[in-house]
Design a protein around this ligand. Structure first.
Ligand SMILES: *Cc1c(COP(=O)(O)O)cnc(C)c1O
Length: 451
């Protein structure tokens, strides 16, 4: 049995190679650009490998009640659309995906958009959407016989990699910039048994070094230059389309860091459209932080034709990226779908995160840029009241508890950052107050915090 139908297509020069021929750094030997996975059998309209839309929709629904391990994964349930393995039995899964889609009751009222939803990818096994990509790429690593995998990361990528490596019985290496350690995030990688090296280098320096290492030793690179990660990360598009009974929402809003996720979701919807499972693509917009906005600048300068790296500053660590690897792919998604590329301030991010929290939906600061961006689009009149909008919440609130506590105790933002929004912020703040251990004192506190 061979489940494998894929090849790699260079996004820059268009070269096509077989999957195992890729260089260890996943850069094209001809032009240095990134590869995208493609399935040549899908192109022939009546070819034997072209999936049948009706049969697939039925099969995927049936699998929802299956007790098979692969069927219980929200990624591998859709395996017909990611035939990247010789044998699907090699898949490494933690039952990722199957994340909830929530209606935003309060926010939809406040913004006048009735059909406003959040797809919460923070509800994945290690707390971010990175799990959906890692299950795919780790499965390839295992099938190709690697014993070591590696990534440069201080955050969610390292946690996801370490967990899936442990499940697969592989060893994992994390390279992190010295002094830039978020212990809360690194703790997961340690728990899952990763070897962690702190280097006297910045993030780009770590990735450059790792690129050299994987060329010298048989270690599999799992940063998002690895095209198989995007195959897993495209599957939330399938979940979303299915949740709307294959009528895609009008608008999808995604945070932009390295821009792998927006690229992947765009690819997912594009494939559904090309295969005839949905009638159209949603508009896909990408939101960055003001201090880490190279793609926004690129769209302002020349509508995404070239990109100048910036020095990145934002408290939303998951999108603190000045030189995004997948910018060309993401730019194409925005252009093809008629989406927008916007940036939002530190105060806008913090307020949006607290507003989501007040709906019972905790998320990472990086995820909250989606709501902050939506509010900006609504103000600009870019979104009609009858549109269906889905925000992609990328990470779990507990990944950055310090940020939340600082916001609520009023120490997160500088006066300058908060200027003009003091009352909005004050209304959202919830402090942990010290009171006497008597019923009267506690009840008096409730009176003081009405509304
Ligand atoms: C990785 C990550 C992002 C950024 O995704 P890219 O693919 O790098 O654009 C956003 N939010 C969270 C929580 C992340 O972990």
């Amino acid at each position: 049995m061979n489940d494998n139908l894929h090849q790699l297509h260079c996004f820059g020069c268009g070269a096509r190679i077989a999957g195992p021929e890729a260089l260890p750094d996943f850069r094209c030997a001809e032009c240095g650009d990134l590869f995208e996975v493609e399935y040549p059998g899908w192109v022939q309209r009546k070819g034997p490998d072209r999936p049948n839309p009706g049969a697939l929709k039925w099969l995927w629904r049936e699998r929802k009640s299956s007790s098979e391990l692969l069927d219980q994964s929200g990624v591998w349930r859709f395996r017909e659309l990611l035939p990247i393995l010789d044998n699907f039995g090699n898949a490494v899964t933690l039952r990722e995906g199957n994340t909830p889609l929530y209606h935003l009751t309060r926010t939809s009222k406040a913004l006048g958009i009735d059909q406003l939803f959040a797809k919460h990818q923070g509800m994945n096994p290690t707390g971010s959407f990175k799990d959906t990509g890692m299950t795919a790429a780790m499965s390839v690593a295992r099938e190709r016989g690697f014993t070591w995998v590696a990534c440069a990361s201080t955050g969610n990528t390292s946690a996801a990699m370490a967990a899936y490596a442990a499940r697969a019985g592989l060893r994992s290496l994390v390279l992190i910039p010295d002094g830039k350690i978020a212990w809360g995030k690194l703790s997961q990688a340690m728990d899952y048994g990763a070897v962690t090296c702190q280097l006297k280098a910045d993030f780009d320096g770590c990735l450059t070094l790792l690129t050299q290492i994987v060329k010298e030793a048989p270690i599999y690179l799992l940063n998002s230059v690895n095209p198989y990660r995007l195959e897993g990360q495209k599957t939330p598009a399938f979940e979303i389309a299915e949740a709307f009974d294959w009528n895609v929402p009008d608008h999808l809003i995604v945070p932009g860091g390295n821009l792998g996720n927006s690229s992947a979701l765009g690819k997912g919807f594009r494939e559904l459209h090309e295969l005839g499972l949905v009638a159209r693509m949603p508009r896909i917009s990408v939101i960055q932080a003001e201090g880490a906005n190279p793609l926004v600048r690129s769209f302002e300068a020349n509508h995404g034709a070239s990109l100048e790296p910036v020095e990145a500053h934002t408290r939303a660590t998951a999108i603190r990226i000045g030189n995004p690897a997948s910018w060309r792919k993401a730019a194409r998604v925005i252009q093809d779908t008629g989406g927008w590329c916007l940036d939002v301030s530190e105060a806008e991010i913090a307020i949006a995160k607290a507003e989501l929290g007040a709906e019972g939906l905790g998320c990472e600061p990086a995820s909250a840029v989606t709501l902050a961006g939506l509010k900006k689009l609504v103000k600009q009149g870019a979104i009609a009241a009858n549109e269906t909008v889905v925000l992609v919440l990328t990470g779990h609130t507990l990944k950055d508890a310090d940020y939340t506590i600082d916001f609520h105790s009023g120490t997160l933002l500088t006066d300058e950052e908060a200027r003009g929004r003091e009352r909005e912020i004050e209304a959202l703040r919830r402090n942990a107050v010290v009171v006497d251990a008597t019923p009267a004192a506690v009840l008096a506190t409730l009176k003081g915090s009405a509304g």
